[in-house]
Design a binder for this molecule. Structure first.
Ligand SMILES: O=C(O)CCC(=O)C(=O)O
Ligand SMILES: [Fe+2]
Length: 206
């Protein structure tokens, strides 16, 4: 995909498809092994405060339950790869991009994440599935440019709004404008626990 296409898709749709060759097949294997190995040390994230909480950085937090781990050498290699930083920069138009948060998220059956907006420092959030049963995330790209107050006003009563499906692909990264586009994961409807890998970039040049 040409750089121009990445940029246009980002501007128009708030998403960026990472070319398959940006991540080596061997690294996916290492990520899957690392996620398995670190799972016993993952911590439960269970925010039970009901409703949407508007934060001063523009993010919106909401109830969620899952297990998280910041990863090891394989995830650092992914987060620090030049190919991924280049996609992040081309899409967002920022000169240089730095990964400032990354991790594995483990969803047990019925784990969930209500509608929210990511940390305002994140210019782009990439995610991929490390297991095959994760399914789509929900998102509302039409609300991308609304203010925090407007989003809270509209979605306060709907943890899982009637929105669009954002496919989380198995061993393939997709970027999206997670600090602006409200998104969520409905309770996991699967027999097995599923694993997501996520990497968020910011522009440290400003
Ligand atoms: O489960 C997902 O696909 C999205 C997770 C998410 O939005 C987050 O961790 O901020
Ligand atoms: Fe998110």
């Amino acid at each position: 995909m040409s750089a121009g296409t990445l940029r246009q898709t980002w501007l128009a749709e708030g998403r960026a498809d990472v070319p398959a060759d940006a991540v080596e097949a061997g690294l996916w294997e290492e990520l899957a092994e690392e996620a398995e190995r670190l799972e016993p040390f993952a911590v439960v994230r269970h925010n039970q405060r009901p409703g949407l909480l508007a934060m001063r950085d523009g993010s919106i937090t909401s109830p969620q339950r899952c297990t998280v781990h910041p990863g090891g050498a394989a995830l650092r290699a992914l987060a620090q790869s030049k190919a991924l930083a280049d996609v992040a920069a081309e899409a967002t138009g920022a000169p240089t991009m730095t990964a400032i948060r990354f991790g594995f998220k483990y969803y047990q059956p019925t784990d969930y994440m209500h509608v929210h907006r990511d940390d305002g420092k994140f210019e782009i959030t990439f995610s991929a599935a490390l297991t095959s049963g994760l399914g789509a995330m929900g998102w509302l790209p039409n609300l991308r440019w609304l203010t925090t107050a407007e989003v809270v006003g509209r979605l306060a009563e709907t943890p899982y709004p009637d929105g669009d499906a954002f496919p989380i692909q198995y061993r393939a990264l997709t970027g999206f404008d997670g600090s602006r586009i409200p998104h969520w994961r409905a309770p996991l409807d699967s027999e097995s626990r599923e694993v997501l890998v996520t990497v968020c970039f910011t522009d440290l040049s400003v």
